[in-house]
Design a protein around this ligand. Structure first.
Ligand code: XLS
Ligand code: CA
Ligand code: CA
Length: 449
């Protein structure tokens, strides 16, 4: 990878390459814990963490909220004469930012990268023009594409859904975008392709044929998978669960729901989960719950790294800062064997009142440091062995004797009940779960003791 990308225009001239300076550094534009080349266990930090920058939040979002207009006046957009000029400038800024930050990957929606044209053909042309530029910049910088996706929620035509729209013509228009976004993803060597169904749900059941919508969603995903495979796409497809917002109810409610959906429609060989921390919270789960649930089904794929605000229950998409949460998340990810096609994509945005250009760097640095610490702690959990060994021991009765027979499906209910009858009540089951002890052990690791 080049040191940093000095494109035709430099958008962050005062900021140089972000380096690792260690925990004692007071430089806000340096990593304190993320040391890309440092080995943790068998792999380098950068290969464990596979950081990606989200194009939409970092280079498109402008601080607008329901009560106020833009506060982030992006220099790459404000000076541009046409939407395509703005897209081109934005891409220069994006690659400069990603390279200076030292993230290896990025992720995009079709409309983040190229504006919608007057017709599907023009939109596709715009996307391919920008894809060609992205390909050149990827080559020049070494930055890679983690995943691509299509924005099937912003345009008013998708107000009643995309693949689940009650009007067939809208479903067909959604297909124009997905087909082109898959083509762009393949062209850019993307390692994954994501579906987030923000409007694939309902506002009310009074006007909704739920079964038809779910069948149509599955049909659409099957078509997308078949098309991409036919074009030679070898990467992973991801479904990103979110229970609600913008719809009242979304069909990809949470990880467990998506697993059931994928298996029911026979999509579980190609699709995996892209889990977002903030969406987990909205579903009433911990981030780690969603990760462990996906891993247990063998369907863990990738992560949208961020955090919500537990007090207000919105999708605030803040940068992750909790070491406790990143430690548990990285523990789940390491237990699942680590990332293959996936990575940690910062689906996070700086606050509306964070108006300095450096704030975008500082936010990512904090998130990367938080996950680097999480990784170190997760590695400590594994190497120290106290927690994993406790769990192993807790279930040891299924590894030998009748317990092992049960686990292998060699007992019927009568045999199982006889074993229970023979054992009698005694003190069976009165065994401490040691939760507080294990929590204290984990806190010890967090303090580096
Ligand atoms: C929105 C989602 C979205 C997906 C990609 O809440 O997080 O940004 O990650 O479409
Ligand atoms: Ca997301
Ligand atoms: Ca979100």
């Amino acid at each position: 990878m080049t040191d940093f990308y000095a494109g035709e225009k430099e958008y962050f001239p005062k900021i140089k390459k972000i380096n690792y300076e260690g925990p004692k550094s007071d430089n806000p534009l340096a990593f304190k814990y993320y040391d890309a080349e440092k080995k943790v266990g068998k792999k380098k930090m950068k290969d464990h963490l596979r950081f990606a920058v989200a194009y939409w939040h970092s280079f498109c979002a402008d601080g607008t909220d329901p009560f106020g207009s833009a506060t982030h006046i992006h220099p790459w957009i404000s000076g541009a004469k046409t939407p395509m000029d703005a897209a081109s400038n934005k891409m220069d800024a994006a690659f400069e930012f990603i390279t200076k930050l030292g993230a290896e990957f990025y992720a995009f929606h079709d409309r983040d990268m190229a504006p919608e044209g007057a017709s599907p053909a023009e939109s596709e042309k715009n996307l391919f023009t920008m894809t060609a530029k992205a390909k050149k910049l990827q080559k020049a910088t070494g930055v890679k594409l983690l995943w691509g996706t299509a924005n099937l929620f912003s345009n008013p035509r998708f107000m009643n859904g995309a693949a689940t729209n009650p009007e067939f013509s809208v479903v067909a228009l959604a297909a124009t975008q997905v087909k082109a976004a898959i083509d762009a993803t393949i062209e850019l060597g993307g390692q994954g392709y994501t579906f987030w169904g923000g409007r694939e749900g309902y506002m009310s059941l009074i006007n909704t044929d739920l079964k038809k919508e779910k069948d149509n969603l599955a049909r659409f995903l099957i078509m997308a998978r078949d098309y991409a495979r036919k074009q030679g796409f070898k990467g992973a497809f991801y479904i990103e669960p979110k229970p609600m917002e913008p719809s009242k109810h979304q069909y990809d409610f949470d990880t467990e729901t998506v697993i059931g959906f994928l298996r029911y429609y026979g999509l579980d060989n190609d699709f995996r989960l892209n889990i977002e921390a903030n969406h987990a919270e909205l579903a009433g789960h911990d981030f780690v719950h969603e990760l462990e649930t996906a891993a247990a089904a063998g369907l863990f794929g990738s992560v949208d790294a961020n955090r919500g605000d537990t007090m207000n229950g919105w999708d605030t998409d803040q940068f992750p800062i909790s070491y406790y949460e990143t430690a548990l998340a990285m523990n789940a990810i390491l237990k699942a064997g680590g990332f293959t096609t996936g990575g940690l994509n910062f689906d996070a945005k700086i606050r509306r009142n964070s108006v300095d250009l450096s704030d975008l760097f500082i936010a990512h640095i904090g998130g990367m440091d938080a996950f680097a610490i999480g990784l170190e702690i997760a590695n400590r959990i594994a190497s120290d062995g106290v927690i994993p060994n406790f769990i192993k021991k807790r279930y040891a009765s299924f590894s030998a004797g009748d317990g092992a027979k049960f686990a292998k499906g060699e007992l019927d209910l009568e045999q199982l009940a006889k074993i229970g009858t023979d054992a009698g009540y005694g003190n069976t089951g009165i065994t401490s779960g040691k939760q507080e002890y294990l929590e204290n052990v984990l806190n010890g690791y967090l303090l580096g003791l």
